[in-house]
Ligand binder design. Structure first.
Ligand code: ZN
Ligand code: ZN
Length: 372
């Protein structure tokens, strides 16, 4: 038999990388997809498709490619006495096409490369998910419950996540899920056991395809989840909700859901760790004579005593009026910086009056912004 040029079949150079081979295969396999063949070209397409598969089954495998480079395709065409290479079972791909269980070219390629991710039989933990949510400073102070809409992959309930309803014992591995292969090496014959690439180690092959999930065994499911956001949570803190991430494969555990919490900036309060800072205007009279004023806090108004003779920019500490601590009892403080509002034009007579009229509170408008 004449030597075949597998590189030419795929249209790649002898130095082509695996990625280049994969791309070339995908392009050609899609072009010569038997389902796409015009009526009068069925045989021609099928033949071409076989050639492409034969070429890729050798070039995708490092060992086989090395053998091929050294000895040509005759290394693989001999029957019993040859190196034991069986080639890729093209008839299986064809039967998958016909029964509608063909998983796509990535799947075929995974079989060829021995990768097989989603459909391998090994249990694999699902990936973690991140969900972002925004809360107000008031929510951060009191704690809140956020309802989160998840749209995660879940096992298809129609087929219990199997992707099909009918299964038959895999004829490639006689239902064992494993294939034994004898390999000739310079050190002698070795028998290698590896998961069956046709049934992905499951020992059975699907005979149909679940219509609910299109054979994937997974569907996207909407779910509402209530997440408790504890009082005192900081901006950009992540909460872990165990087991609410993506579902695992083959009985592997689900990943976790991480809720990233952003705390919105407040119009009046500035947060420094668990303390809150605020600036409050007081009148010249209040500063001079002293007063008790009402100050907004994160949970309502509170009284603050201004001693007589208070200078502008004085900071008063209101103990325990900040945000609660996340990991222990107690709360931070509220720091109030008073700013004296000096009247712009005051006559001598008015000055006298100001001294006398202690009840004069010029800053009512400010408090209206909070409590009005
Ligand atoms: Zn099998
Ligand atoms: Zn299903």
């Amino acid at each position: 038999m004449a030597d075949k040029d597998y590189y030419q079949t795929l249209g790649v150079s002898k130095e082509a990388t695996k990625d280049e081979i994969k791309k070339a295969f995908k392009k050609l396999a899609l072009k010569y997809h038997p389902d796409r063949a015009p009526g009068d070209k069925k045989d021609e397409y099928e033949e071409k498709f076989k050639e492409i598969n034969e070429a890729v089954s050798v070039l995708a495998d490092d060992k086989k490619r090395q053998q091929y480079d050294q000895f040509g395709s005759s290394a693989f065409s001999g029957g019993a006495g040859a190196s034991g290479f069986q080639g890729f079972d093209f008839s299986d791909v064809m039967s998958q096409f016909r029964s509608g269980t063909f998983g796509g070219f990535d799947d075929v390629f995974d079989q060829l490369f021995g990768g097989g991710r989603r459909r391998s039989s090994r249990a694999r933990r699902g990936s973690d998910l991140i969900y972002e949510t925004e809360i107000t400073l008031e929510d951060a102070a009191q704690g809140t419950v956020k309802e989160i809409d998840l749209n995660n992959l879940a096992h298809c309930s129609a087929c219990q996540g199997k992707g099909a309803h009918k299964f038959e014992s895999c004829h490639h591995c006689q239902g064992s899920g494993y294939l034994k292969r004898t390999q000739r090496t310079p050190f002698g014959l070795f028998q290698q056991t590896s998961p069956c690439p046709y049934c992905h180690g499951k020992g059975e092959l699907p005979q149909d395809s679940c219509s609910d999930c299109g054979g994937e065994g997974l569907i996207r499911k909407k779910k509402k989840l209530e997440v408790n956001i504890p009082a005192g949570i900081g901006n950009r803190m992540r909460l872990r909700v165990a087991g609410e991430g993506e579902i695992g494969d083959n009985g592997g555990p689900s990943g976790d859901l991480y809720v990233m919490v952003y705390v919105k900036e407040h119009k009046f309060f500035e947060r420094v760790d668990n303390d809150l800072h605020i600036e409050v205007p007081i009148s010249f009279t209040q500063a001079t004579l002293g007063d008790e004023i009402e100050v907004p806090t994160i949970d309502g108004e509170a009284k603050l005593k201004i001693p007589a003779g208070t200078a502008s920019e004085t900071i008063f500490r209101m103990k325990g009026k900040g945000l609660p601590y996340l990991n222990h009892s107690g709360s931070g403080d509220q720091m109030v910086k008073v700013r004296i509002e000096v009247p712009k034009k005051v006559s001598k007579k008015q000055k006298e009056l100001i001294k006398q009229l202690k009840e004069n509170k010029p800053s009512k408008g400010f408090f209206k912004k909070f409590f009005g």
